[in-house]
Design a protein around this ligand. Structure first.
Ligand code: BGC
Length: 547
């Protein structure tokens, strides 16, 4: 029965595709010829080899070894997808996807085991050098993230990002990688998702180093992180960029905060405030005309700090004028990671009850929830499918920062396993349509990087949530990789520069053999969500028809 519904929905989708999120269009829409297509991964999530050669310990090694109970399946990234050894196969997969770029990150403690420049690992340097050469051999542009959450544990013992010592030390690390790889790498991002690094690392017990210290250290982290980012970009511009000819930016992240009641001015204000706290915290100092933190953050945190007895000194540190100027403009493009949306409203008039005081959430004063929405689910509780959120987010960045060049540096969806991931196919088609809608409405989006190349270590969710275009058999010694249906569809999108809604291949011989070996429960993990999804699409289309 549900297959029939999917087919009917898909047939309707061919005409209705462009109605998501809102524009009718009868012809096939193409991405520009020079659009950057990519696929992404990060070092801790795929490499394994946690103590191979002379690699040092990272905060994720430390957290997963000391506190396995904090990880859903008590697992760690010790071996993960073993990309430390399987990197040639990774490049082959990247080629199969027909992307022009591979976004991966460098493990700081693999390169500098103790975090400082007094000890540099030849094996670590060589590992990334080989990977870069292999990519270039096939004309794939390496897009390198200098920091995707793998802080050397030694530096954490000094307070990590809350200690200003991180600024020159991060700069030393960045200088080394620019010297080693800058001749071959033309797209750099300094730091992946500062909001996650600071609030999820220091404010709440979510990501390493799991401080669970709300309201204070996250803002110290953000302050140092912004300065460290800016110093690295200035160093790149002064010493490397001209000779190496690359570009350097930063990647921010957020879910889109959709006003719970679009007719309520208070809910729309809560949505705007959430954007300023999530994206503006780092975006305003770098991308806005005047720099510095967003006014709403400065004022709210200053007033709340005073009320809470912190005296005249706000918990949000202040920049000097010189620092404001030094940080402003330090990104050659706007990298954005986004997966989902939330409904938001203000935390009442007196902002009490919901959140610890002080805390980031209390400072923001916005309640976010997905309760009651009819958006299709995924393999992660936090990730529901609402493509219009991507459109809204891109348009917000476009308006707020005066039309910067935007690269969607991460977007994708999780499930619980299996190769027949039609829900992921739907997700990519829908979200890419939303990206096209935003581009047609003026957003300057120059690239899209799918997350993720392969199933990997999903941080606190361990191996329970899968984001890969390629399935990884974590029980096989060489971590066999097999393309899922979505890999073939995404490859077709990149090859043709367009979305073909009718392209829904079935398992080929290679996939059938692997699928037959998978445990029964993961054969069709998404049947429930695909069904819900198709049903809601079907109903939405019928409704749209009637309106
Ligand atoms: C991170 C990735 C992660 C993805 C899905 C992003 O916030 O950059 O490392 O796998 O979300 O949770």
């Amino acid at each position: 029965m549900w297959q029939v519904l999917i087919k009917i929905s898909l047939l309707s989708l061919c005409c209705a595709a462009a109605t998501v999120p809102g524009k009718p269009s009868s012809s096939v829409r193409h991405f520009p010829n020079d659009f950057l297509w990519g696929v992404g991964s990060s070092s801790y999530q795929i490499e394994g080899g946690w103590n191979a050669d002379d690699k040092g310990e990272s905060i994720w090694d430390y957290l997963t070894h000391q506190n396995p109970e904090k990880i859903v399946d008590q697992s760690n990234g010790d071996i993960s997808a073993d990309s430390y050894h399987q990197w040639r196969r990774d490049v082959q997969m990247v080629r199969e996807l027909h992307v022009t770029s591979y976004r991966f990150s460098l493990s700081w403690p693999r390169i500098m085991p103790g975090g400082y420049m007094n000890q540099v690992s030849t094996a670590g340097i060589k590992y990334y050098s080989n990977l870069i050469d292999e990519l270039l051999r096939y004309n794939i542009t390496p897009m390198v993230t200098i920091y995707h959450w793998e802080l050397p544990q030694r530096l954490q013992e000094l307070g990590g990002w809350t200690n200003p010592e991180i600024i020159p030390v991060f700069q030393d690390y960045a200088r080394l990688v620019l010297e080693m790889y800058g001749d071959r790498v033309k797209i750099w991002t300094t730091i992946n998702e500062p909001w996650h690094v600071c609030e999820h690392g220091y404010g709440v017990d979510y990501m390493a180093p799991s401080y669970n210290f709300p309201g204070i250290p996250a803002y110290l982290c953000g302050h140092n992180l912004l300065k460290a980012h800016a110093e690295v970009v200035h160093m790149y511009r002064n010493e490397f960029q001209q000779r190496q000819g690359g570009r350097m930016g930063i990647t921010l992240d957020t879910s889109w905060p959709e006003p719970r009641d679009p007719d309520s001015a208070e809910d729309r204000e809560a949505s705007e405030r959430a954007m300023q706290f999530y994206v503006g915290w780092f975006g305003h100092p770098i991308f806005s005309k005047h720099g510095n933190y967003p006014k709403v953050m400065i004022e709210r945190i200053r007033n709340l700090s005073k009320q809470q007895g912190f005296g005249a000194r706000s918990r949000l540190p202040e920049f000097t004028m010189e620092e404001i100027h030094r940080i402003k403009g330090t990104s050659d493009f706007f990298g954005i990671n986004s997966y989902t949306s939330n409904l938001v409203n203000s935390n009442g008039h007196n902002n009490t009850g919901k959140f610890p005081i002080p805390s980031f959430n209390h400072d923001m004063g916005v309640v976010e929830s997905q309760a009651g929405v009819d958006w299709p689910g995924s393999g992660s509780v936090w990730l529901k499918v609402y493509p219009k959120g991507m459109y809204n987010l891109l348009m917000w960045i476009h308006r707020e920062y005066n039309g910067p060049e935007i690269i969607v540096t991460e977007n994708g969806v999780s499930d619980r396993g299996g190769l027949e991931d039609y829900a992921r196919v739907d997700y990519y088609n829908l979200y890419l349509s939303a990206v096209l809608d935003a581009m047609e409405d003026g957003a300057n989006v120059s690239g899209y990087i799918a997350w993720s190349l392969m199933d990997s270590y999903e941080w606190k969710a361990g191996y329970t949530e899968k984001f890969g275009l390629y399935h990884v058999d974590f029980n096989s010694p060489n971590r066999t990789r097999t393309p899922k249906i979505s890999a073939r569809v995404f490859s077709n999108i990149c090859k043709t520069n367009s979305i073909d809604w009718s392209y829904r291949p079935t398992l080929n011989d290679e996939q059938l053999v692997v699928a037959a070996r998978l445990p029964a429960e993961s054969m069709e993990p998404n049947s429930a969500s695909t069904l819900n999804w198709s049903l809601s699409l079907f109903l939405a289309i019928l409704l749209a028809w009637h309106c």
